[in-house]
Design a protein around this ligand. Structure first.
Ligand code: DX5
Ligand code: ZN
Length: 224
């Protein structure tokens, strides 16, 4: 089942709860929350207090994407604040096996994230136990960027790897997804599709979610 995950980075923070409710009307089960520390990613976004408030404002599963230098220190705090899924960047985690297992032991689903240019092979030893893999289709830091096409080949290769090895992780993709390319993204094999500006930048976020999901499901309708 393909999921659309709106990224709140593109939401109107002056009415965040209402904007999330508007998007929920399109049929969602998860919400993507981008955390940036101005070091790993060249931007600042949200922290623990916002996750705590969003936790109270919605029953959606919270997918917290940590674009930060010290995930070992902060991941437990985001889980305590209400994160159901926590993803950490391979590029920022020298002890990735331990970090991912710590997230799971803290009760959240653990995701490994790769920037566009980072090879899949860097995750070879964690794929057997990780809950999901997040492939960045833009360079981290900002919403509204263009999808980097070669990441679709990474999705296809990762999907084949999962099938070949009989593994169970979900494939998530993040950045530059629009109504024009969501079909190709779905066809490549993405299970969880993150969309920021194409949802919260639309006049009606709920309608945008529904259109994206409809286009994604149509694209894979013929797939066995
Ligand atoms: C970028 C973030 C993405 C971004 C997606 O650093 O990780 O989640 O918010 O926004 P769009 O869909 O507008 O590219
Ligand atoms: Zn993200």
């Amino acid at each position: 089942m393909i999921e659309i995950l709106p990224s709140i980075l593109a939401a109107d923070f002056a009415r965040l709860g209402g904007h999330i409710t508007e998007a929920e009307r399109g049929g969602l089960s998860m919400l993507h929350l981008d955390v940036m520390d101005g070091h790993f990613a060249p931007n600042f976004s949200i922290g623990i207090p916002v996750v705590e408030c969003v936790r109270k404002a919605t029953r959606l599963a919270l997918d917290v994407h940590l674009m930060i230098e010290d995930a070992d220190r902060y991941a437990p705090l985001f889980i305590e604040a209400g994160a159901d899924c926590v993803s950490v960047h391979q590029e920022a985690c020298p002890h990735l096996d331990r970090t991912l297992r710590m997230i799971q032991s803290e009760g959240a689903r653990a995701g490994a994230v790769l920037n566009p240019a980072t090879p899949l092979s860097t995750l070879a030893h964690v794929l057997p136990f990780v809950d999901f893999v997040l492939l960045m289709s833009v360079n981290p830091g900002f919403g509204g960027q263009k999808l980097i096409p070669y990441v679709l080949d990474k999705v296809r290769a990762l999907r084949e790897w999962r099938e070949r090895e009989g593994l169970r992780f979900a494939i998530e993709m993040d950045g530059g997804v629009t109504l024009d390319n969501v079909g190709v993204v779905a066809e490549a094999g993405v299970d969880w599709i993150v969309a920021g500006s194409s949802v919260f930048g639309a006049p009606d976020a709920g309608a945008a979610v529904a259109s994206l999901r409809e286009a994604a499901q149509q694209a894979v309708a013929g797939r066995a």
